[in-house]
Ligand binder design. Structure first.
Ligand code: AMP
Ligand code: MG
Length: 349
């Protein structure tokens, strides 16, 4: 298949390209598009065949449900039922934005889209290109991240091209995404609202409008024996090809431990990579070292994280060592993705 590549920025959206993208979706095809979090791989959420195609294109297990993207609140009526009052409160506060809500699904949503569940994940992205595309496609776009299953999510159109060229119908290039990690997922179907996946919208931000909110215990700990409630969170994810270890401690201890580990890995023949910060960059010795930015700037760290993990792959790094970061606030989302990338392999000094 020849994949059509078009550009669309917030300031310059070509109507004909959007019409074509919408037509492709209505005919059952797949279009990758930019959002404020990561690139999405979109298909018609109400068409079971389209959802099947999404799983096939990504190599994604079919029990891992897709997020339905909408462009206006009224679209909730067709795809959900028994909408709890919390949903409207959250939509008023955070939509369009990086928040996905789980509610009960209506019969209009095929179980292929929801991985067999009777609930559905819904989000309204805060990106003019995404909103325009969703409208043009009829209003209901099922879209997981546009990466091959298991790989880091795409934050640049070139990442989507690497994974999906020749496999999907169209890629809309909207430049680098703003946030860089996937949306916060909050479950509204059972008792107290519960965060199943951390993201830019933090527990504190949700509590300010909702009152008490819980967080799934498995987010930063895989030893609790509990099973994550978001089916997708149980898979190894966001992962580079090389073996990865996170090292946590004081800056001085971490630099020493990373350099020692790099030396040991090199002696065993590995090509080494280090994910470090502006503060430690000059102190690290490795075949490939990459700074995610300043330690305190979790927004910059989030935006650069997946891109750097993909660059380690491009440079065939086989042993990766990473610094650890604060897990306060938005840092929880960053650490959750980093821990998953490392398969929860963390050494605390
Ligand atoms: P992705 O779109 O690739 O970011 O993945 C979507 C995430 O949303 C996965 O972790 C899914 O498990 C989760 N998800 C989607 N629908 C549901 C649902 N109905 N209940 C729980 N988690 C869901
Ligand atoms: Mg994903």
């Amino acid at each position: 298949m020849k994949t059509i590549l078009v550009k669309a920025t917030s300031k310059d959206i070509n109507e004909d390209d959007m019409l074509l993208a919408g037509k492709i979706i209505k005919e059952g095809g797949l279009v990758a598009f930019p959002t404020e979090t990561v690139y999405g791989l979109g298909g018609d959420a109400l068409n079971s065949q389209s959802s099947k195609k999404i799983y096939a294109a990504k190599g994604r297990p079919s029990d891992n449900p897709l997020i339905v993207h909408i462009s206006k609140w009224e679209s909730m009526d067709l795809i959900s039922r028994d909408i709890p009052k919390e949903a409207k409160i959250l939509a008023d506060a955070f939509w369009p934005g990086p928040l996905t809500m789980i509610v009960k699904k209506s019969d209009a949503v095929p179980t292929e889209t929801t991985g067999g569940l009777d609930t559905v994940a819904i989000r309204m992205p805060d990106h003019p290109v995404a909103l325009k595309f969703i409208e043009s496609a009829g209003g209901y776009i099922a879209a997981p991240s546009a990466n091959t299953s298991g790989k880091p999510s795409p934050t640049l159109a070139s990442h989507v091209v690497d994974d999906m060229d020749g496999i999907i119908d169209m890629i809309i290039d909207g430049g680098e995404v703003g946030i860089g990690v996937e949306s916060t997922i909050v479950d509204l179907t059972e008792g107290r609202p519960t965060i199943l996946r951390p993201g830019y919208i933090t527990e504190e931000m949700l509590e300010r409008v909702l009152g008490p909110v819980d967080t799934d215990k498995t987010i930063l700990d895989n030893n609790s024996g509990a099973k994550p409630k978001a089916p997708g969170m149980k898979y190894r994810h966001y992962a580079p090809k090389g073996d990865m270890m996170i090292i946590e401690g004081s800056q001085e201890e971490v630099v020493k431990a990373i350099n020692d580990n790099v030396k040991a890995s090199k002696e065993k023949g590995a090509k080494t990579g280090v994910l470090c910060t502006d503060e430690t960059f000059d102190l690290i010795e490795a075949d490939v070292k990459k700074s995610v930015g300043k330690r305190e700037d979790e927004h910059e760290i989030a935006r650069r994280l997946y891109r750097i993990l993909r660059e380690f792959d491009d440079e065939n790094v086989t042993a990766i060592y990473s610094e650890s970061f604060s897990s306060e606030g938005f840092g929880q989302a960053v650490m959750n993705r980093l821990m998953k990338a490392a398969g929860f392999n963390i050494r605390k000094l």
